[in-house]
Design a binder for this molecule. Sequence first.
Ligand SMILES: Cc1ncc(COP(=O)(O)O)c(C=O)c1O
Length: 388
Amino acid sequence: MSAILHPVLSTAAERARRERTVPEVNEAVKSIKPYVATSSLDKIAQRPEDVAYKLDWNESTIAPSPRVREALAGLLAGGHPLNWYPEQRNQKLMSALSAYTGLDAESILVTNGSDDALELVCKTFLNNDDEVIVPSPTYTHFLVFAGAMGAKLIRVYNDEPMSPNLKMILQALTYDSKLLYLVNPNNPTGVMYTEEQIRLILETAPHTVVIVDEAYYEFAGTSMAHLVNEYENLVVTRTFSKSFGIAGLRIGYLLASPRLVVELTRLHNPKSVNLFAQVAAEAALSDLEYLHRYVDQVTQSKRILVDFLRSRGVHALETPANYVLVRVHDTRRFCQLLEDENVYVRDRNEIPQMKGFIRMSVGTVEQTHEIIARMERVLDRDFSLYAI
Ligand SMILES: Cc1ncc(COP(=O)(O)O)c(C=O)c1O
């Protein structure tokens, strides 16, 4: 049976059809540049017989702890009723996270990846035209979340992009600054702020929500999580996508004072974290030895890779995260030649202040030696393209 429209509405519908009008998107959304989600999965799928090195999105280069797979298999084998929504504040996961972060469960909110946490903070706090301070270059997906709320983004660039510049951040803060987004260590530059510097930001602007994005915390080893007990304007975001190796399942969390968590819970979708992600995260947290072994491999690999590149006269920088930066003459060609070797890296040349830079994730030492062998072939083909 077809729906019966009110005569006025049906005239409007008729006119819209005639004039081919489509629904208008939100004004703030119109001006947004979509986040470019470069993923090489389709190219990798075309060469199933070769070992690929996917180093373009800072994911872990190895499978997560075997306990993750066991827990997931156990869940299915145990006949879990998948027809039910997941437990909202999964008790086992909450206590594992509480032990891992050293914070009470009231300070923790589990989200669908840390992207979801970033978006939630933006939706909860930002009004149209609110000022958001963004030390840059930064993780660009955040710009979409803040931009969608109609926020005014104040990008703070440092003349020396590879060093911290607290002074410029403090100068940018005003009484109207509603939010500040700091990635620590930063993606893509690797710049890191100390606890003392972050305390100063928090104290200078108690009216500003300060997000410290710790997506790479496990690699860097320094966290601001304990400060949520002291500062009501701090939100720390973290993820299981990087060091824990379960990016495909989408799970992260935020840490904040209990009062702030209550505010954030207003818009938080309690169904957004699926059962598999909850079970996998809990299993990953039960095997911190596996995590530490991987982090240790990454630390060694960064040194090995950077030493190799420098020995070949290529400008390379280590970061405290799980990636290194390589500066070359022609990023596009460099990336293309690496792709021919089934190695996928991220060209950051187009980002202001990142001219000539590519970012590449690192993994185990064994993988790094194989990547170096492939890079040797690339450099041997035409070194002049890479030397700066
Ligand atoms: C700084 C930063 N924050 C957040 C994310 C997104 O993480 P998740 O997979 O938890 O959404 C990334 C991913 O690259 C990142 O680099």
